[in-house]
Design a protein. Structure first.
Length: 339
């Protein structure tokens, strides 16, 4: 059951990458990621014991003494390293967008030859090529790590590839001494590592989508009371044709609606001498704007200068700061948990 579930999750990640290519330009790197994740999904599917047994029964005596399922497994992982090597090549400064396509064709050509030799001749050769590809991918990934959504996705993908490289090295060692390779479907301590590596790669490939969705859900929850209050006060900021179903688009719409409502409440761009200059501290400014949004007839006077996001703060981050301060105000409306 674990094998089937792992394969299902990875195929879902592959489908998500296909969807991303359909809605964005199908660049060489994006197509390569689709091929890479689909290859991991194929490897995970071949690793299901029932499917591995069925593949072995297709060629009962194997090819050159090696079971057919083993050859399909290493071929799938070799294709993964080939496709990911295309993505890794794009990350090097010496590779431009103009010559990436030519470099990709060369990498794919070498990879297809290696896959053909693996299936028809030597599994050991396939694992050696897979290990070399994993080393190149790991070096490139470690060079591009940073604390961003993309960097975190690269980290997961790279660590999964490193695990694959370790297992490829183990398979090479086992084959060199006349034993069977570290098959993902065979009993032993290494089969959970194959699943962990596959899941790390799959999650890393779609990490940006996952993180942006989670951030959008958190943002919608945080700004819900402020959004409810401001759109109830100024319903005209909500366009009748704004029916965004995607979470990220919905969050962006709500941020824009809050900013528009705050702008209207401040007088629509009128600068008031009584308001004075907004405080330099973004936190203090957000607290005062939130108090004014909660009670526009109170002791706080705000104009358009206060509504504009402080320097260095995005509109989304600014609305989020106001919403947090708004929630801290006594008597803010209690809403249902629905976003």
């Amino acid at each position: 059951m674990t094998f089937w579930l792992t394969a299902l999750l990875i195929w879902m990640a592959a489908g998500a990458r296909v969807g991303r290519v359909l809605v964005k330009p199908a660049t060489t790197a994006r197509v390569a990621i689709v091929v890479a994740v689909a290859s991991v999904a194929a490897a995970a599917t071949v690793s299901v014991p029932e499917i591995a047994l069925a593949l072995d029964n297709l060629v009962p005596h194997g090819i050159n003494g090696m079971m057919f399922g083993d050859r399909m497994t290493v071929a799938a992982w070799l294709l993964f390293t080939v496709a990911t090597s295309v993505v890794a090549a794009a990350a090097w400064p010496v590779v431009s967008r103009q010559n990436l396509r030519q470099i990709a064709l060369v990498i794919y050509g070498i990879g297809l030859i290696a896959i053909a030799l693996t299936v028809a001749w030597s599994v050991l050769f396939g694992w050696v090529m897979t290990l070399l590809g994993c080393v190149f991918i790991a070096v490139t990934g470690l060079r591009n790590l940073d604390w961003t959504a993309l960097g975190r996705g690269i980290a997961l993908y790279t660590f999964g590839t490193i695990v694959v490289g370790v297992l490829a090295a183990l398979s090479i060692r086992r084959l060199a001494i006349g034993e069977l390779p570290a098959r993902p479907s065979a009993p032993g301590w290494y089969w959970p590592l194959w699943q962990i590596a596959s899941l790390l790669i799959a999650v890393g490939a779609v990490w940006i989508v996952i993180e942006l969705w989670v951030r959008a859900r958190v943002l919608l929850r945080q700004i819900r009371p402020l959004h409810h209050t401001m759109t109830k006060r100024f319903p005209e900021v909500v366009a009748h044709d704004q029916t965004s179903s995607a979470t990220q688009l919905k969050a962006s719409d709500h941020v824009a609606q809050i900013m528009d409502a705050l702008y209207l409440q401040s007088g629509g761009g009128v600068e008031l001498a009584a308001a004075g200059m907004p405080p330099g501290s973004a936190a203090e400014r957000a607290e005062l704007v939130a108090r004014w949004a909660h009670n526009p007839l109170g002791d706080v006077i705000v104009d358009a200068r206060w509504i504009a996001p402080p320097q260095g703060v995005s509109p989304r981050g600014w609305v989020q700061a106001i919403a947090r301060a708004f929630d801290a105000e006594p008597g803010h409306p209690a809403l249902s948990p629905r976003a």
